[in-house]
Design a protein around this ligand. Structure first.
Ligand code: MG
Length: 175
């Protein structure tokens, strides 16, 4: 698969790689990295197996998180991920007048027609409808439960979707 058609995986952190809200976990969503020196024992909840599973999908994995570049320093190593590009997102904020989340327009713009998967715990029906209408290529939005986060089964859903793309080869594992 050539670079211009290889799917992108936009990857959230809070509630996606880093679960919250479950038993013994942080009660509230986070919107980015902690202040320096703040203890974050919940970072140990990040599953180090997820990175290799995601990388094995043969996509371009891109951070789509308020952590921005800090994701590469704090989260990536715990998730088994190398340094990844970071989506160019606006500042974190509430849904706009159309009900769109703060990442939605930016991710569709960044995808620029390439197929993409967006893995996030905070995507509304308005976001889904807007993506369906405005994005020129194929897309899969995988909404995960904040208290659980992304699982191997979720990665399996992505793999199945990739395998159904028109130009997929060898089960979506081509590089
Ligand atoms: Mg999130």
């Amino acid at each position: 698969m050539t670079d211009d058609v290889r799917p992108i995986i936009f990857l959230d952190v809070d509630g996606t790689l880093l679960p919250f809200g479950g038993p013994g976990m942080l009660p509230e969503p986070r919107s980015g990295p902690p202040a320096p020196g703040t203890p974050r024992p919940e970072l140990d909840l990040i599953d180090p197996a997820l990175g290799p599973l995601l990388l094995g999908l043969g996509c371009d994995v891109v951070w789509a998180t308020a952590w921005m570049g800090d994701a590469n320093v704090v989260v990536g190593p715990r998730a088994g991920l190398p340094t990844l590009p970071v989506a160019d997102l606006p500042g974190y904020g509430p849904p706009d007048a159309q009900g769109l989340g703060w990442k939605t327009r930016a991710l569709v713009r960044e995808a620029a027609g390439r197929p993409f998967v967006w893995v996030d715990d905070d995507v509304s029906d308005a976001d889904l409808e807007w993506i369906e209408r405005e994005h020129r290529g194929r897309s899969l939005v995988l909404r995960v439960e904040s208290a659980v986060g992304l699982t191997a089964a979720g990665v399996g859903e992505i793999a199945a979707w990739l395998g159904g793309l028109p130009d997929a080869t060898s089960g979506g594992t081509s590089a």
